[in-house]
Write a protein that binds this ligand. Structure first.
Ligand code: AMP
Ligand code: GLY
Length: 417
């Protein structure tokens, strides 16, 4: 029997706890710090820890057999190296491999070196050189802070004036702090996006079901970018031809690079793809599960997640470790009014029980206090419909979201449409 520690506080971590909790081999799951969803599950307990040193002590004292890290920040900080040095089993990239997400410059250099298909780019750590580059680059162009910026450090610029403003905001005003000390300026790619999560054990990379995130707050891809407002899985447009192109132009060269660089880890690689008329391009690597992609992908997994994790840890991954349901999932996010800007918190959430009648509910930014669910974040709930067809899955998610209520609840009507 295994004790598992999941690190994180989002809908992704609730979905991970939900999946692991169905496995008879799991004795106890701890989520650090967790949320209202993980506060109310059998065999699951929240613990109020967030620092690596505290988590390490907890894992040693509580016979944790597996630690699973949800978000990127601690991976980039080197939590995997720290746990492994103490003989603990942890799933995720070490600090070196985490740089594939933690530094866009590092990731682009890696892609270039190993022939991974990606947008043309130039990297800068000096303002004057970056500004000079903007004179003769084609527009639109994309300006990115190299470091971690919680998905907000990317600006698509229509002309030189916009690009100059973006470069100055990052490098001069340090709008994203040290993340903008270095920037990447890259070719704009026109197409549709696809999230492809995968497991990697450095000997192979095995893709999971494809997913389509909906990044902007407004319908029809309008308004500001968010962490993700909903997902449909499998991706309705990403078919066998795209998958073949992805394997040839992205997966295989990535694996060759990982091996050539001597990266040796068991963890997730989440490929953020742009499918264009010129082929499938890699926008970025994330070295962890996506949120909300995970909430749509895990309900489609028929086999145990633990089997895949163990196969990866033992460096014997292959496609057979995943068995998929012949079904579709649609995840719609219920957000607080004002998100991704300012929003109110502490608002009571009503009728969750009714929503559960239609869909799986994964809780994100909410806490549980005195028998009540209260909003605590921008993305509050994930309503996930699973059905034989994408249309039915969608219907279930929207039937569910129409039942729940909190002051200022907002959602996109076009997820999976
Ligand atoms: P990233 O954090 O690199 O995935 O970028 C965030 C979002 O910006 C992506 O999901 C895309 O919507 C957009 N984006 C990033 N790079 C490009 C690019 N080269 N061309 C067009 N859109 C991009
Ligand atoms: N939904 C995108 C991400 O997790 O980065």
């Amino acid at each position: 029997m295994l004790n598992i520690l999941i690190i994180g506080a989002g809908g992704r971590e609730h979905a991970l706890a939900w999946k692991f909790a169905q496995d008879a081999r799991v004795r106890q799951i701890y989520v650090a710090p967790g949320n209202a969803g993980t506060a109310n599950m059998q065999r699951v307990r929240n613990i109020p820890l967030t620092r690596v040193s505290d988590l390490l002590t907890f894992a040693k004292q509580n016979d944790i057999g597996l630690t699973f890290v949800g978000a990127e920040a601690l991976l980039v900080e080197g939590i995997v190296d720290t746990f492994q040095a103490q003989g603990l089993t942890i799933f995720g990239p070490d600090q070196q491999a985490a740089q594939l997400e933690g530094s866009k410059r590092f990731a682009k250099d890696f892609m270039h070196k190993y022939g991974v298909k990606t947008a043309a780019y130039a990297a800068f750590h000096e303002l004057d050189a970056a500004l000079a580059h903007l004179h003769d680059c084609p527009y639109p162009t994309v300006v990115k802070a190299s470091g971690l910026a919680a998905g907000k450090g990317v600006v698509i610029c229509q002309n030189q004036a916009e690009a100059e403003a973006a470069v100055r905001a990052m490098m001069e005003k340090r709008r994203f702090g040290e993340a903008g000390a270095e920037i990447v300026i890259e070719e704009y790619l026109d197409g549709y996006e696809c999230s492809l999560l995968s497991f990697c054990d450095s000997r192979s990379i095995v893709p999971l079901v494809s997913a389509r995130d909906h990044k902007t707050i407004g319908e029809n891809n309008t308004g500001e970018n968010t962490g993700g407002m909903g997902v449909i899985a499998p991706h309705p447009r990403f078919g066998a031809a795209e998958m073949d192109a992805f394997r040839r132009d992205i997966l295989e060269p990535t694996l060759r690079g990982i091996q050539a660089e001597g990266m040796n880890f068991a963890g997730v690689i989440f490929f953020g793809l742009m499918v264009t008329v010129r082929g499938v391009y890699l926008l970025e690597y994330n070295m962890r599960f996506g949120d909300p992609e995970t909430q749509a992908v895990l309900p489609l997994l028929d086999s145990e997640l633990l089997d895949a994790v163990q196969a990866a840890l033992e460096r014997r991954l292959d496609a057979n470790v995943f068995r998929w349901k012949d079904a579709h999932a649609c995840c719609v996010v219920a957000a607080s009014k004002g998100y991704p800007g300012d929003y109110r918190t502490g608002l009571p959430i009503h009728h969750l029980e009714q929503a559960r009648f239609y869909a799986q509910v994964f809780i994100a930014g909410a806490k549980y206090s005195d028998g009540q669910y209260l909003t605590s974040g921008g993305r509050v709930l994930n309503l996930v419909g699973v059905a034989q067809t994408a249309a039915e899955a969608r219907q279930k998610a929207y039937d569910a979201i129409a039942r729940v209520q909190f002051d200022g609840i907002t959602w996109r009507r076009d997820i999976g449409a």
